[in-house]
Design a protein around this ligand. Structure first.
Ligand code: AP5
Length: 219
């Protein structure tokens, strides 16, 4: 069983790599951002509450995301491990998460820290779009569709962008990330769980690095 968390600023490629690595390990990916976007779309109580935080780039209150994670990691599909993308986001979430894991008789095996500079992150985020039908993620600068305006995956021609993917909100998201990153990374450093990856490298290069880390952990 292997339980991995992905840390790193917005646009550093956590979601992209989480899907590939989860496939490789045959474990689920848990993304608090994705779960919250579903709640917003469904206009649930959680979604209505989270919407303003998300569209202004702020963190959603801890109790909301902690609840999402708590419900999700106790599902049977997580029995062989999981990859969490976007949680914990601050020290208090990390501490609560450890307690939650301890109760389940589990622990975090690695905290992968994606590093990149702000200007690249802003460019990546402003170029991001996804297929409305199947959710495949593209990037107008770095990963365009093979055929103009046709999804490589399902051939739909309907695309969408996240409403927090504009430069003003991204700068806010980066600011909030910086506020808690040092404490969060320090917490996992003390536990010897931090593995850093250079998020400026290509998607396949980073994936190979992640596979090496995982293979080391599995020895
Ligand atoms: P969330 O959805 O988690 O967003 P984020 O952390 O800001 O991260 P992103 O999804 O923007 O980026 P990513 O690192 O996954 O990059 P991706 O792989 O997509 O959170 C959204 C909001 O929800 C938060 O702001 C907050 O309000 C709330 N929230 C979520 N979790 C929370 C928590 N725990 N506590 C409180 N609030 C929470 O890649 C980005 C783009 O770059 C893509 O287009 C991709 O194709 C491209 N790309 C990826 N890798 C590369 C590469 N190596 N080279 C070139 N292009 C690349």
């Amino acid at each position: 069983m292997i339980n991995i968390i992905f840390l790193g600023p917005p646009g550093s490629g956590k979601g992209t790599q989480a899907l590939d690595l989860a496939n490789f390990l045959s474990v689920p990916t848990i993304s608090t951002g994705e779960a919250l976007r579903k709640e917003v779309e469904a206009e649930s109580d959680v979604g209505l509450m989270a919407k303003n935080y998300m569209s202004s780039g702020k963190l959603v209150p801890d109790e909301v995301v902690v609840n999402i994670i708590k419900n999700r990691i106790s599902n049977s599909d997580c029995n062989n491990g999981f990859i969490v993308d976007g949680f914990p986001r601050n020290l208090s979430q990390a501490i609560v998460f450890d307690k939650m894991m301890e109760k389940l008789g589990r622990k975090v095996n690695a905290a992968i820290n994606f590093t990149a500079n702000d200007e690249t992150l802003i460019k990546r985020i402003s170029g991001r779009f996804s297929c409305k039908n199947c959710g495949a993620v593209y990037n107008s600068y770095f990963k365009p569709t093979k055929k103009a305006e046709v999804c490589d995956n399902c051939e739909s021609n309907q695309f969408q962008s996240r409403n927090d993917d504009n430069e003003v909100t991204v700068r806010e998201r980066l600011k909030f990330y910086q506020e808690s990153a040092e404490d969060l990374i320090g917490y996992y450093e003390k536990k010897n769980l931090i593995y850093s990856v250079d998020a400026l490298k290509s998607v396949p290069f980073i994936f190979e690095e992640l596979k090496k880390i995982v293979q080391e952990l599995q020895k």
